[in-house]
Write a protein that binds this ligand. Structure first.
Ligand code: ATP
Ligand code: MG
Length: 630
């Protein structure tokens, strides 16, 4: 067995055998104002563990003051690029000044420790600054993706009972100016807790200001020094709603000490971050990937990051590659959906740019199918960089299973997220809780608390218990389906509640989708189970084709045959339908439950996080055609 694999295993065993010394050591690089009591305590009730409860620190002080004290004031924190071509470079000293400006504005708005602040901003440098200012004064931020509607925003403001809302006049998306302040104004009609809105000027659009509630953020105001408020390990830092892929979004709440140590540690282990790296996590800060790998992670390790406001394909599909070239990006971290979109555009867009600065290319959010893995490695990674798949969830705070779990490459297997990070006791179990053997499919559980574990769901203790801790008592249930191979590699196969049960066999949706994407004409697919009198359930597939491919009965027959030969006769889809787009969340995840609900004739459920309503109609038509053919 390879050396990095052995080393990761040994370190993992050490971290689990003695969490106290392992995590005390990991926390030593960071600044704490108090260290009292144990790092880890075992609890009898969910979440079965607490981290750094008696320790105090401040995330913003660690992300900024600590870097300034270590001589990184002049180092670039962010290269920011607006979609419209605007550019700004912010050093650590610049960012720290902005954070003091924001913190004093929050303080003047009556915000104190424990208050909630909703942030509804485009991807501008003021977004991380406002988040860090909340952390500095001990307020809890709730960042809401700027593409969400008035109703989704109002629901999240009400749920968190925010005192302040931070927004902008607007932002740029796909060449259009998107106005934001009117959305906030409309949302606030139903949000009595809000007494102040702070508005960033980004587009110059005219904005109606309601006095005295609304104030402008003044980037040139004299910064007043605002002290960092010490926060206990279990004090919440933020609330963040999950993607809503499988149902109504959950208000995941993260703490301070454990979250900080976990995110910091994963920057070192997963990305092996170096001082000279230019790190680009091309996600939106509105998702946990952005919280942990655009804001807290890179700043905690004093790294230089890229922050890009707009769409990947605006004005042309090579916008990202132009950015990689311009800033000499060395680590790119993105999602399978973005990679598949680039595959659809074709490799010529990447080929027209020098991407030699890249040394590591990562993926998160969904399983990356082997086809996309290979394309990404060959065309973006130039064949040099292996693809670093990382499995984690909003609830886990940061990466948990990763192709570089211990600072060195685990020999990759395309389609596998590879090995757990030190301190992650993740396993696959059968429905009765018994351990699955190598190669057996089952439910993903985490058997030991880890420092980055969320504190709970905001205002919803019952849902917290029932979603995560009732299925397998005493264990955290991740809700995913997976298998571990004989070498201990994890293969994530889809969501546990979307597993297909065909003629007594259980199959993850990803297994069938990967088979379909193996066909040169297929760009993306979603497979769901529909009831069948004989087999219990049969697969129903919708696929999006690559440009130039033509849909029709011939291709459908080829695709069904492909699945039959790749997996077996039981897996053959009853029907394959062709659509232009799959229903996806705004974070780019395939919402199979929408396809399943339509195919089964049920209600589509909560679609507040759906990216494009038109996709629902398209699936309805596809299903209706399928039914008339039956
Ligand atoms: P909701 O919980 O509201 O349904 P969500 O689970 O999609 O939404 P996130 O927390 O953003 O919200 O996503 C976590 C999920 O994404 C994981 O549970 C897993 O299903 C999937 N996922 C993330 N990364 C990977 C990966 N590398 N491989 C396979 N699946 C992944
Ligand atoms: Mg989830």
């Amino acid at each position: 067995m390879d050396a990095p694999v052995d080393r990761i295993r040994q370190e993992n065993a050490k971290a689990l055998a003695d969490p106290e010394s392992y995590w005390t050591e990991a926390a030593a690089d960071l600044v704490w104002s108090r260290r009292e009591g144990p790092v880890f305590e075992k609890l009898d009730l969910p979440p079965y563990g607490r981290w750094f409860a008696g320790w105090e620190s401040n995330l913003a002080a660690n992300a900024l003051d600590r870097n300034l004290a270590q001589g990184r004031g002049a180092k670039v924190a962010y290269f920011w690029e607006g979609e419209n071509g605007d550019r700004r470079t912010l050093t650590y000293a610049d960012l720290a000044r902005d954070v003091h400006r924001w913190a004093s504005l929050l303080r003047d708005s009556g915000v104190s420790a424990g208050d909630r602040v909703t942030i509804y901003l485009p991807m501008v440098p003021e977004l991380p600054a406002a988040m860090l200012a909340c952390a500095r004064v001990g307020a809890i931020h709730s960042v809401v993706f700027a593409g969400f509607s008035e109703a989704a925003l109002a629901g999240r403001i009400r749920d968190s009972e925010s005192r302040v809302v931070v927004t902008a006049d607007g932002g740029y998306r796909r060449g259009k100016v998107v106005s934001l302040k009117p959305v906030v104004d409309a949302a606030l009609r139903e949000c009595p807790s809000v007494t102040r809105t702070i508005v960033v000027r980004r587009t110059g659009l005219p904005v109606a200001m309601t006095e005295p509630r609304d104030v402008w953020f003044d980037p040139n105001s004299a910064p007043t020094e605002v002290p960092a408020v010490p926060r206990a390990g279990l004090d919440p830092t933020f609330i963040l709603y999950t993607s809503g892929t499988t149902g109504r979004p959950k208000g995941v709440t993260h703490g301070t000490g454990g979250y900080m140590v976990w995110v910091y540690r994963t920057m070192q282990r997963v990305f092996g971050i170096r001082p000279e790296d230019v790190f680009w996590c091309a996600a939106d800060i509105g998702w946990v990937t952005g919280h942990s790998y655009i804001v807290y992670g890179p700043l905690l390790v004093g790294a230089t990051s890229v922050l890009y406001e707009g769409a990947p394909d605006h004005p042309a599909p090579d916008r990202w590659w132009e950015i990689v070239e311009r800033y000499g990006v060395s680590i790119l971290y993105t999602s399978p959906t973005a990679i598949r979109a680039q595959m659809r555009h074709g490799e010529r867009w990447a080929q027209s740019h020098a991407l030699g600065s890249l040394r590591l290319i990562g993926s998160v959010g969904e399983a990356i199918n082997p086809e996309a893995w290979r394309w990404y490695q060959a065309n973006i990674g130039g064949g040099r960089c292996a693809v670093l798949d990382t499995w984690w969830q909003t609830e886990t705070g940061a990466a948990m299973v990763s192709g570089q779990a211990g600072g060195a490459f685990v020999p990759p297997k395309p389609g596998s997220a590879t090995l757990p990070l030190p301190g992650v006791d993740i396993r696959v179990v059968h429905p009765d809780g018994s351990p699955a053997k190598a190669g057996e499919r089952g439910h993903v559980i985490i058997a030991h608390p880890w420092p980055g574990e969320f504190l709970g769901l905001w205002n919803d203790a019952d849902r917290f218990r029932s979603v995560y801790f009732e299925r397998f008592p005493g264990l955290y249930s991740a809700g995913d389906y997976a298998l571990v191979d004989t070498e201990g590699y994890f293969w994530f196969l889809g969501r546990a509640d979307e597993v297909l049960k065909v003629a007594g066999h259980r199959l993850g949706t990803i297994e069938l989708e990967n088979a379909l994407i193996g066909h040169p004409s297929v760009a993306e697919s979603a497979v769901v189970g529909v009831p069948d009198e004989v087999k219990g359930e049969v697969p129903f597939a919708v696929v999006v084709l690559r440009p130039g491919a033509s849909p029709g009965p011939e291709l459908e027959a080829e695709l069904r045959a492909l699945v039959r030969s790749a997996i077996g006769g039981i897996a053959e889809p009853k029907s394959v339908r062709f659509v232009r787009q799959l229903p996806k969340t705004r974070s780019g995840k395939i919402m199979r439950r929408v396809v399943a609900a339509i195919a089964r004739g049920g209600d589509v459920g909560d679609v507040s996080t759906l990216e494009d309503d038109a996709t629902v109609e398209e699936i309805r038509t596809a299903v209706a055609n399928f039914q008339t053919e039956l």
